[in-house]
Design a binder for this molecule. Sequence first.
Ligand code: UD1
Ligand code: UDP
Length: 366
Amino acid sequence: MKILSIFGTRPEAIKMAPVIAELNKHRDKLTSVVCVTAQHREMLDQVLTLFAIQPHYDLGIMQPNQSLAQVTARALTKLDEVLEKENPDWILVQGDTTTVMTAALAAFYRRIRVGHVEAGLRSFDKFQPFPEEINRKIATSLSDLHFAPTAVSRQNLLREGIADQQIVVTGNTVIDALLQVAEKPYDWLNSPLAAIPRDKRILLVTAHRRENFGAPFVNICAALRTLAAGYPDIHIVYPVHLNPNVKSVVQSSLGDIQNITLLEPLEYLPLVQLMKQSYLVITDSGGIQEEAPGLGKPVLVLREVTERPEGIAAGTVKLVGTDPGKIAYEASLLLENQFEYEKMSQAVNPYGDGRASERIVSCLMT
Ligand code: UD1
Ligand code: UDP
């Protein structure tokens, strides 16, 4: 059996790395081929290096400030060539990016079976997140096996008419990745984090969603400025996503504040170390919403809706949207009220036990 894993962006690479490692353990029974679209370049390469993945195909499709249609068109044609050459029994895709949607479509056109990792997440809002809600629904329609991370995502798939026997609840592979790197020794003082003061309360911030471009991003930055000015004893650390729509606003708005450090995107290992060291996480990221609760870090989510209700139900994640007053109020509450902070900083992990990849690969082999 030949399995072709296809991914293109940072989060897909982090979440597929443990699956690829697991596939490699079964070389006697299967052939594992890896293709990256390179929808991301630097942010993908950081992960490939950390997890020592050498792709068989690198389609190099990223262009500066690319449009959704451009990524889709380039990925679809180039992926078709790889599928024609390799003719795998299965492709594996992960999540809800444009790479996932196009890879599933290209495979369907060639009647190749699709396994979808992290299947069944839904916000039930077409434009939030944009375009991911529709990307993952398209991927669901095209997939033959759905690896749902939680019981909630399984239910979403059942409600859409997916047959029970095509769904396997596996946990999220992000927890496999997190557990692999969280305990690694780390030399903070000789790292990109060296200048971050560990004697202050660290607020880790990331944001990159397309629906937050423009006014919402300006509002997020305003809230961060208010917090930095109101609490000299905190230090905000923001590794800035390379999307130019994000970088330009963040740098002009937050570039010159003494207790805010803007960084280039961090490699996964330092990012996890920084999260472990943080007091609070403020983010619109999907992956970070899943990782931070496992490390006992409260998360304020800069979105109006989420497809990850499990963290909210567990009490460690709160949706705060992008209103600057609301963001600053909720963060202040956690900075000032120990009871509120402790309520949200219980280490819980609704997203898996670190064995999701094992379950995925064993299901493919049976
Ligand atoms: C993409 C995904 C999003 C995912 C996010 C993870 C789509 C439509 N969006 O958003 O679902 O949450 O990745 O981070 O699939 N860039 C670089 N270097 C990089 C990466 C990006 O310069 O390594 C810049 C380029 O100018 C590129 C732009 O960012 O054109 C946008 O990249 P793109 O992959 O289209 O969208 P993201 O906003 O990164
Ligand atoms: N991440 C990273 N370096 C950073 C920011 C994030 O390694 O500077 C990791 C993070 O821990 C998580 C993943 O990247 O595993 C999330 O990626 P992103 O927020 O770009 O995408 P999303 O999860 O929202 O699709």
